[in-house]
Write a protein of this length. Structure first.
Length: 353
């Protein structure tokens, strides 16, 4: 029986159309021998497949000045395919794995990712759902804490080290290396969620393991009521949440209107259940002016905008393309803040409802 090609990496990217200069969100799957792309993650059959044998990859790709973090894949028949990632580290991770896959297939070798999975095999009797319920047990489970890092307070969360400690003490695993594999499985199945830049970067493939056995890597249960608070830059007072539910991130951004194309300051509140980005009048008002549904969306940085009227937009922009292909353009106050918003929206788009 022929072996199924191994999935190396998958996630939403923006892909340029083959005939017209249109960019659409696609669920992209990197296999050992090719790249499949789907209109939606849940689709059973791909819209297309790009073979990797004899291909070459080019990054950074400057063919489209307004789009950042683009890479180009040129196949053996000299046809170009363009993909856009959300931020620099994500693009580099895709490019690194595609290069490695091309190198192995051209050399007649199998792709092998550096991972603890090569040397550790989990017992087949482990039930992730039952283990998750044990981890959440109020008496004997993992204790949810309020943790502080990088001028932010993370509520209802715990460290990676606490997770591995609990797995060891509960006799769920035999050693900490096996605990890393089990915790990574819990993470990939959605039983654990990353909180903070360190754990999110690892979950996105920027570390040897998706899960980190570290005291400064934070995680939370998806139905726990987790929320993050930031310190005010003015008086170092914690900004209290104004709404019920799980708030992942909030703050003011510039938003471009759909009809008049002018820019207005709006207060944005990012929730993960349901997966919506609500926006409000910053001067006050409890009712939102609108909402962007994030489930299955793609978010990317962009360089500049046409038809800009009211504000001199200074290239700290990002674009949200919803699952039904509505485009929203927003501007952050700094490139660091833009990256934080992109990562937070990506996380909610993957896990929210």
């Amino acid at each position: 029986m022929e072996r199924e090609p191994m999935r190396i990496r998958e996630g939403y990217l923006v892909k340029k159309g083959s005939m017209f200069n249109t960019w659409k969100p696609m669920w992209v799957v990197l296999l050992e021998d090719g790249i499949e792309f789907y209109k939606r993650k849940a689709d059973n059959s791909p819209k297309g497949m790009i073979p990797l044998k004899g291909s070459s990859i080019h990054s950074p790709c400057q063919d489209f000045g307004k789009r950042m973090f683009v890479f180009k894949l040129t196949v053996a028949k000299q046809q170009d395919h363009f993909f856009q990632a959300a931020y620099l580290e994500e693009r580099d991770a895709w490019v690194r794995d595609i290069k490695k896959a091309i190198h192995h297939i051209d050399g007649g070798q199998r792709f092998a990712r550096k991972s603890t999975r090569k040397s550790i095999r989990l017992p087949e009797t482990i039930n992730l759902s039952a283990l998750y319920l044990s981890m959440k047990d109020p008496e004997k489970g993992i204790k949810e804490l309020k943790l502080e890092k990088d001028k932010r307070v993370f509520n209802h969360c715990f460290t990676g080290t606490c997770v591995i400690d609990w797995l060891v003490s509960s006799s769920s695993i035999r050693n900490r290396k096996e605990g890393l594999l089990l915790a990574s499985s819990l993470l990939s199945e959605g039983y654990l969620q990353p909180a903070g830049d360190t754990s999110k970067a690892a979950a996105e493939g920027l570390s040897d393991t998706p899960f980190l056995d570290l005291s400064d890597a934070y995680y939370y249960f998806p139905d726990s009521g987790f929320f993050c608070e930031g310190y005010s830059s003015d008086d170092d007072v914690v900004l209290k949440e104004e709404f019920r539910g799980t708030i992942v991130k909030q703050g003011c951004l510039l938003k471009q209107g759909h009809r008049r194309k002018n820019w207005k300051v709006r207060k944005f509140v990012l929730r993960d259940d349901p997966a919506y980005l609500h926006y409000y009048d910053p001067a006050g008002g409890e009712e939102p002016l609108g909402a962007i549904h994030l489930r299955g969306c793609v978010v990317t940085a962009v360089q500049d905008m046409p038809d800009t009227k009211k504000y001199d937009v200074d290239n700290i922009l990002f674009e949200i393309i919803t699952a039904n292909e509505i485009h929203y353009y927003l501007q952050a106050a700094s490139s660091t803040e833009r990256t934080e918003w992109i990562k937070a929206i990506q996380s909610v788009a993957r896990t929210g409802k």
